[in-house]
Design a protein around this ligand. Sequence first.
Ligand code: FRU
Length: 444
Amino acid sequence: MNNWRQRYHIEPKSGWLNDPNGLCFFKGYYHVFYQYAYEPVGGNKYWAHLKSKDLINWEEAPLFLSPDKEFDKNGAYSGSALVKDDMMHIFYTGNVKHKGDFDYINTGRENNTVHAVSKDGECVYSKNVIMFNKDYPDGLTLHVRDPKVFEYECKYYMVLGARTKEDKGEVLVYESEDLDSWNHIRTFETMAKFGYMWECPDLFEINGQWILMACPQGLEGGKYEFQNIHSCGYFIIDGDFRKNGYIVEYKEADLGFDFYAPQTFTHEGRRLLLGWMGMPDAKYTNPTVEYGYQHCMSTFRELDFDNDTLIMKPAKEYESLRKHCFNFDEGNKSYSVGDDRAFDLETQNFGDKFDIEIFDTLKLDFDSGRGDFELSFIANGYGRDARYIRVKKIENLRLMIDASSVEIFVNDGKYVMSNRMYPSEYKDIKVNGNITGKLYKLDV
Ligand code: FRU
């Protein structure tokens, strides 16, 4: 096994992984599907499939969707699942690219919305196109994709990401009574252009607030916002999403290097989120490609909404993996990890300045005078340098560390940074400053 193999994050044995799809709980199992290609650098997209009873131990299931029809032959693209009457209903985008001299924006492609049905959650027994490009509203390019379907007050709703002919991103909202015939009831958009395409939308209510998550592509970046090539965040919606509810504000969901295309689902009263811990970024080369695979998922996060902010915390299931605990305090500032790679670190009681070093690779540095929290690569950035959160005070941090990633939850999950890292040596985790904390080894 190469050193960078993840211990408790979902990643492919070989090939490429991107967006999580079809997340649901069905017949006693959590199901995760994801965008999969056989080649580690990408290619024609399938839906890979994993299932679990506890969100921790995952069984691999056979590939679920293949691009084997005329209407999805260049990729079974992203989508979602809805469980109804003991059946799994899957909605996804059938991607088609025609051969020729096309721009693939206004000409030469199809993005078909497909409804697939599975009785057992293992095999698909029907796939039918429910909307072709000609069925979407006027004024759009051929970029319309990523259906997310949910039930609300006895009706079904679908959100679809879209790019207009004016090159603006937006989200279409559809309504249905039977899951097969869908009416476009409205569109979420912004007055001024906010990116050219909004991918992977998800619309849900959390703690009384409606949220439209989406990934706007092509936002101009600064030091503290839109630092990645494509953003991933949420629009806060005021009013009824079916009628005149409108977008009040956009906030980024994650401020690290690697987070995109998240999807949520509910089970037993919780709303859980899983994101792709990857980012299409030409300046960065992912060294696992040499080993025949690339990318992984984030940890599962439980969502809440408080004070105008989406709160994300690692699902409580990960606490069951906590084994040995090391205490960081005045006399203990460094921990040598030996052969272990998976950790959960909780720290509190900070002064105005502190830093944490993870192996020979990452430095996390807070300075209240500077007013920000900086994550930077000490070494092995593979083209990457630093990311920032503008924050005056840090009360606590939770770090979910795996062999080649760290997810940082700041101030009880108010801010999150998700990052891949590729240490050349796994020696110590060190803290400097007025910090106490508990470092748990995870039993994986
Ligand atoms: C987002 C995305 C989706 C698309 C899928 C294809 O990462 O571009 O919009 O459905 O990936 O793999």
